[in-house]
Design a protein around this ligand. Sequence first.
Ligand SMILES: NC(=O)c1ccc[n+]([C@@H]2O[C@H](COP(=O)([O-])OP(=O)(O)OC[C@H]3O[C@@H](n4cnc5c(N)ncnc54)[C@H](OP(=O)(O)O)[C@@H]3O)[C@@H](O)[C@H]2O)c1
Length: 357
Amino acid sequence: MQRLKAAIVGATGMAGQQFVQALSGHPQFEVVAMVSSRTARNYAEALLEPDGASRWTQSSEVPEDMAEVPVVTSEAFRPESVDVIFTAVESDVARELEPRFAATTPTFSTASLFRQEPDTPLMIAGVNHHHAELIRVQQRRRGWKGFVVPIPNCTVTGLAITLKPLADAFGLTRVLMVSMQAVSGAGRSPGVRTLDSLDNILPYIPKEEEKVRSELGKILGRLEGEAIVPTPVPVNAICTRAAVLDGHTEAVFAGLGKAASVAEVKQVLREYRPFAGARLHSAPEEWIHVFDDPFRPQPRRDRELGDGMTTSVGRVEPDPVLGGVKYVLVSHNTKMGAGKGAVLLAEALLEQGVFGG
Ligand SMILES: NC(=O)c1ccc[n+]([C@@H]2O[C@H](COP(=O)([O-])OP(=O)(O)OC[C@H]3O[C@@H](n4cnc5c(N)ncnc54)[C@H](OP(=O)(O)O)[C@@H]3O)[C@@H](O)[C@H]2O)c1
């Protein structure tokens, strides 16, 4: 099968570098262009700071098939020249670029700009990819040939992935969550200052808790007609920044609609296999890994499980206060929570025939 031509926008940033890794050697997408605010011949050159330092922060080298990909500015880029676009830019840049891209071309975005638009689904592959029907509404209302589909804030990803099977099996009555989020989640610009984060926990991340409440509500909501009705389950969160490079850790307390033993909860989480049967290139073999060891999960040890696509869960215990369970999860914020998660969503929508036909 001929691969679809893809472009990455913001490929030098934290989430963008994950797009680069996820799309290297991809069987269905071939990256033919990158879009940057910098003037550079190719990706290798775009990564260089004026002093010669590289912006590449991954532990493996820049993939060979990406180093030579031509880089263009957004003004010079013709979105109709590619079949799919992956964007990893801040919302102010997204506001300028994404509607222009979506007018002609399917666009998968890590930015928050479109997440709460009523005609736009907010999707995580394996959790609510059936909300994709709303894409046709977006196209019709806006007169677009393409579309724009955002993925959620990276703090919401592991939470939604673990709550979805619990909601389906037992029902949810309320949810509380405390996060200890990695510094890479703040990106490079403006990012988190080293002096503030080293040997420290920052107790506040602006706008994050509101995003957890509203985005989780939409993801776990029901598609009714041409709109998503958010789940009525009350959700509250405290989001903190911890001195961890990658991997968000979250302590979750979930009230359940019916009684469930710890063994039943673990079984439901372990048996969650949303893509069983379908072979999606970026999907992990194991969607949720449940540890019995109370000292796991830990971000340093467990964030790379399933190449950063498996959500790790441990400390599953009864919660008598909310009448349900409590647990701790670790989710890789720039892999499943950003670039690679968006690529997996594109694979799922390709499989569903939403685009690429
Ligand atoms: N970091 C995470 O864990 C994470 C997780 C989920 C979602 N997100 C979201 O992903 C987006 C990017 O976040 P990030 O953490 O990757 O930020 P980042 O590290 O600051 O990277 C942003 C990139 O945007 C590019 N950019 C700026 N202006 C541009 C323009 N006019 N045209 C093309 N590219 C432009 C920059 O590349 P050039 O310098 O090459 O122009 C920069 O590398 C944000 O919306 C964020 O909320 C991030």
